[in-house]
Design a protein around this ligand. Sequence first.
Ligand code: NAG
Ligand code: NAG
Ligand code: NAG
Ligand code: NAG
Ligand code: NAG
Length: 587
Amino acid sequence: MKSIYLLLVLIVSICVVFAQESITVPEATVTTPEATVATTVAETPVAETPVAETPVAETPVVTPPVATTEPAVVPTTTTTTAPATTSVVAAAGDCLSADTFSTTDFFPNKLGALDSSAQFSVTYSNTYKLVHNLALDEYYVLYCTKAQPDVGNTFQSKTFIQIPVRSFAAIDTRALGYLDLLGQSNNIAYVGNVSNVTSPCSNKAPVLFDVNNANLDRTLYDVAIYPGSANNDPKGVGLGVNYAASPLGNAQWVKYFSLFTNQEVQAETIYNDIATDYNTFKNSINEAGHISYRRNVTFMNYDPSSTRFNILQDQYFRNLTSDAGANLITPNVLQPADPSVMKGQLQNASLVIDLTAATAFQTSFSNWQNWLGYSDSAIASATETALTNYKSSKKYVNSYDAPPFARNKQLWRLDLVSNQGSLDYWTRGMARPDLVLQDLIQAQFPDYFKSRNRVFLRDFDDEEATRTASSSDDYGCNLNNWAKAESVSYTNSAADAPDLDGTKSKLSLGVIIGVSVAGGMVALSCLVTAMILLIRKFKHNGSSKFTRLNDETHHDFNSGALDRDPMMMEETNEASGGRLGGSGRGL
Ligand SMILES: *[C@@H]1O[C@H](CO)[C@@H](O)[C@H](O)[C@H]1NC(C)=O
Ligand SMILES: *[C@@H]1O[C@H](CO)[C@@H](O)[C@H](O)[C@H]1NC(C)=O
Ligand SMILES: *[C@@H]1O[C@H](CO)[C@@H](O)[C@H](O)[C@H]1NC(C)=O
Ligand SMILES: *[C@@H]1O[C@H](CO)[C@@H](O)[C@H](O)[C@H]1NC(C)=O
Ligand SMILES: *[C@@H]1O[C@H](CO)[C@@H](O)[C@H](O)[C@H]1NC(C)=O
C-alpha cells in the first residue's frame, strides 16, 4: 500500500516537473481557490481596528413613580411582578367585563427576563401591559378591559391598544416576518407596500394602506405597526428594528409582537429555537483551526438620495460577519461618493454583498461591473500583474482591478427571493437571523452544507436567477415542526488568494502530499498527462520550495482617519427619533 502511494507521488512529481517545462496548464485549473494547497501555518489574525463610536445612550427603564391616588395600577418591575393581592388566573376573555383595578391576573403567561439587547421592555399589571419601546422611547398601554385604564400622567403614553389584537396593519412591512412566525399571517389587513408581501404564508392578500384614500377603513385593524413614531394614528405603534442591534437582538422583536396577541409563550419558544440554531452554526464555523483562511467580507450599498456609497459597519453586520466565521473589512472611507473610491475600498474583499436597489445600476451584473469600473479583461491582466509583482516582492498585494471577490466571482445580493424588486430579506431577514447566518456561511463555503438551498443571498456574478417564494412548506412560515440543527464539522484550508507558486506548477513533494480533496483532482489529471509525457522523454529536475502567502497584518490607518458621516452616527448619537427608518441605508 505504502509503495503504491510512493509510486503515485513519484509519477505525480514527474508530471509536475514536465508540466513546468513543456505544458501550459490552463490557468483556470490551477487558480481555483479550492485547488490551493493546505498549509500548516496558521493565518495571523488581522488586528481589529476599533472604530471610535459614541456608545448608545442607555435609555433607563422608567418605573413610574407611585401615584398616591391609584395604588393598584402602579407597575413595579420591568418584566413580571404582579401585586401580591393577585388572585386566580382567568381567561383573557373575562377581562372585558373586569375592572381596571381587578385583583385577577389576566396575563398569567408573561415574558421572561429580556436579553439586554432587546429594544423594548414590558411591565405587567393585572389588566394591562405597559410596553416601553426603547428604540423610539415611546410607551404603549395594552389593556384587556373594556375601558382604557387610567394610568395617570406619570409617563408620556402615545397609544392605548385593546388586546388581544385580532388584525394588523403592517405599515412597516418588516413586521410580516415576525407575524408569520406567530401564525398571524391571515390577520394582516393592510400593508405599507403590497409588492413587499413576498411570503407565501397568507391566503388573504393584504390591501395597500393608502392614507390618501378617503375611504380607508380603519376599523379593519386593531393595531398599526409603523417604522417610527405613529403620527396621528391612534392605533399606531412603532417598530425599532435596526442595524444598530445584533442579529439576535433584532430577532427578539417577535416577543414584542406577542404582547399584542398574548402569545408570549409561543414567542419565547420561537426566539429560543432561532437563537439555538444561530448559535449552533456560529459555534461550528468558528471552531478553532477549522478554517485556515478567514474570508474578508464587505457589505455595501448606494444611496441615490445622498449619491453616496455606504460601507456598512453597523453592529448587525459586525456580529453577523464574525458569527459566520469571516472578517468584516474596516474601510478607510465609510461613504465614498465616487465609484472609483468605492472600488478602492473593495481591494481586499473576498465576498461583497451589495444591498443597493437594482435600479441604481440598471439591474444586470455587467452593468454593475461598468458602474464600479471592473471588467473581465482588466481582472485577468491585473491578476497577472499582481502575480508578477509578487515574484519580485514576495508579498502578494491585491490589485484594485482584481480584488479577491472579483477574481473568485463572489459578488452577492440579498434578493434571491424577491417580488418585483421587493426583497424577502426585507420582510423576514430580521426575524430569521438563523437563515441569514447559514446563507453567509454557505456563500463562503458552498460545500459546507450537504444539501441546503440558500434563501436570501443570490450569487450575482454567476447571474443566478431571482425567484418568488416557494410553497409555504418549503418557506417555513412558522417553526411548528422545528428540529434542532445539527452542528457541522467542517474544515477548509483553501486560501482565496491566488495559488501563487502553484501557478507554474512549482510544487514540492511535501506540498503534493498535503493536497487533499481538490488537490486530488489536479493530481488525477496530472497523472494522465504524465503518462503521455513519459512516452516522449524523461527528464529530471529538482523541486522548488512552496511559499505561502503572507497576509499583511499591519493597518496603517487609524480610526481617527475614518471619513465618518453624520448619517452613520445618528444611530448611536441620538436617543430617539432619527435613529430609525428613513436613513436610506437599506433598513
Ligand atoms: C456582537 O459583537 C460584539 C463585538 O463587536 C460582541 O462584543 C458582542 O458580544 C456580540 N453580540 C452578540 C449578541 O453576539
Ligand atoms: C488591503 O490590504 C493591504 C495589505 O494586505 C493594505 O496595505 C491595504 O491598505 C488594504 N486595502 C484597503 C483598501 O484596506
Ligand atoms: C413598493 O416597493 C417596490 C419595491 O421596493 C417599489 O418599487 C415601489 O415603488 C413601492 N411602492 C410604493 C407604493 O411605495
Ligand atoms: C418594501 O421593501 C423595500 C425593500 O425591498 C424597502 O426598502 C421598503 O421600505 C419597503 N416598504 C415598506 C412600506 O415596508
Ligand atoms: C483581508 O483584508 C486584509 C486587510 O483588511 C488584508 O490584509 C488581507 O490580505 C485580506 N485577505 C485576503 C485573502 O485578501
